[in-house]
Design a protein around this ligand. Structure first.
Ligand code: AMP
Ligand code: ZN
Length: 461
């Protein structure tokens, strides 16, 4: 499989660090508002990569963070560590606490994520659940001489890191020097690892640290959580292209300076931005559409995936309601095929040119537009219906459009639901031995339980 690695700005053969396994991280949303269809372009592409790895028999450990503290309004544009905390700002606007804002939009995000049938990460990790890990990482950087204090917080000293700025182009590094300077900051590109709480205002979210009361900077959370769950070095890191000039170079700087292990991540992948009606998408422009906006127009959110797949992930993509409607029509057409093919026993061909070229397209830097063209050719071809049924199911294992859900996923039997309920009760009374036995019984029956933020979910194994 080949992927365009932003680290070297070239197409590279994907070779996992550990044979048969892939460690993958994607920068998740800041939960101060609903996630937009721009955010979801990145998550859908990350999911496509994950499914393509799985098709090759690789075992993927996928981690996604939820930013619920420390992402400041200025953070995305090179003026790292300036502005207001997005969650605290939303809390004032909605007259709730920052904790309530985080909970509400985390739940909304996960519901939207599931509406798109994206593969659940092994863990959803929240910044506020990993404060001690972030403090330890900052202490390690301090011990190694990469930090300094200002009246405003503890900063990473980019001058001390001779490799600083990987992923950024030179122009973007220069752009950093035009931005607002925080007093005491030695270099415009230095960024906060820990920010002190303001003296005149009580924050909803703040913690005691060795340096004083405050909260972690935005970048440190991804380094701390990625390394906790995936180790000091892992294979793939996803994010939108906006993160390439500041957030990701900062993640690299913090992680590699703290561990001395290089590279922190082997393949960096960046998804180009989604635009709307030919221009920028933004909350202030009123065009930062959400999954709920799509549902409200009577369009199946899965049509959005087909719309995204119509363009290569490294090209800008322009959203219009007409284009989404065209994808919804295409999805209906696909469902027409799958409805008919459901009644046919799928037959695995010994050799299939369509499956081969479809998977080759996906393995060629996730060339989804080409793969979609092959899918339509296959459906219109004169191969047998048995082979079509097999091929379409195979393609859907990449696309995740649920084309054959009803035949594949029958109802979960009541006996399994009962075992899962008993396991949950055992866990609540901290009887982990019984909980373990019940889990094994569920697995022996061909199911497994995934513990999600909303409680246990039963899936067929
Ligand atoms: P944020 O909530 O701003 O922290 O962004 C969460 C993720 O969505 C990051 O990986 C961003 O790079 C990505 N993202 C944000 N806006 C867009 C967009 N318009 N198109 C594609 N990805 C985006
Ligand atoms: Zn991140």
């Amino acid at each position: 499989m080949k992927l365009t690695n932003s680290l070297h700005q070239q197409l590279e053969e994907f070779i996992p660090l550990h044979a048969g396994k892939v460690g993958m991280y994607c920068c998740g949303p800041t939960v101060y508002d609903y996630a937009t269809i721009g955010n979801f372009r990145t998550y859908v592409i990350a999911d496509l990569a994950l499914r393509t790895f799985q098709f090759q028999g690789l075992d993927v450990t996928y981690i996604m963070n939820l930013t619920d503290v420390g992402h400041l309004t200025g953070d995305n544009f090179g003026d790292s560590s300036t502005g207001e905390d997005r969650l605290e700002k939303a809390a004032v606007k909605e007259q709730k606490s920052a904790w309530d804002i985080a909970k509400f939009y985390t739940d909304a995000y996960i519901a939207d994520y599931r509406a798109l049938h994206l593969t659940e990460p092994k863990a959803w990790v929240k910044a506020t659940d990993h404060i001690s890990e972030q403090i330890s990482l900052i202490q390690e950087l301090e011990k190694r001489g990469f930090t300094y204090a200002t009246a405003d917080g503890i900063y990473f000293d980019t001058e001390k890191d001779s490799d600083y700025g990987e992923l950024s182009t030179l122009d973007q590094v220069k752009a950093g020097s035009r931005v607002e300077m925080i007093e005491g900051k030695k270099n415009p590109r230095d960024f906060a690892l820990w920010k002190f709480s303001p003296r005149d205002k009580q924050r909803d979210m703040e913690w005691i640290s060795p340096w004083g009361k405050g909260f972690p900077g935005w970048h440190i959370e991804c380094s701390a959580m990625a390394m906790k769950y995936l180790g000091p070095q892992f294979d793939v890191h996803f994010g939108g292209e906006d993160l390439r000039s500041t957030h990701h170079p900062n993640e690299i700087a913090q992680s590699e300076s703290a561990t001395g292990v290089k590279p922190f991540v082997k393949y960096w992948l960046h998804v180009a931005f989604l635009q709307v009606d030919g221009g920028k998408m933004g909350k202030s422009l009123g065009n930062a559409y959400t999954i709920q906006d799509i549902v409200a127009r009577g369009i199946d959110p899965l049509a959005l995936k087909l719309f995204y797949f119509g363009a290569h992930y490294r090209s800008k993509l322009n959203f219009t309601w007409e284009a989404l409607q065209a994808s919804a029509n295409a999805l209906e057409k696909l469902r027409g095929y799958s409805e008919r093919l459901k009644t046919i026993q799928p037959h695995k061909p010994t050799k299939s040119a369509f499956i081969e070229s479809f998977s080759q397209a996906m393995e060629d830097d996730l060339n989804s537009p080409q793969a979609l063209a092959i899918m339509w050719q296959m459906l219109k071809s004169d191969i047998s219906d048995e082979e079509k049924a097999y091929s379409l199911a195979c393609f859907d294992s990449f696309l995740g459009l649920q084309l054959f859900t009803h035949t594949i996923d029958e109802e979960i039997p009541a006996s399994i639901i009962e075992l899962s309920n008993q396991r949950q009760q055992a866990k609540e009374r901290k009887d982990y031995i019984s909980a373990d036995i019940l889990r094994k019984q569920i697995e022996e029956a061909g199911f497994h339980v995934v513990d999600t933020i909303h409680g246990p979910e039963i899936q067929r194994s």
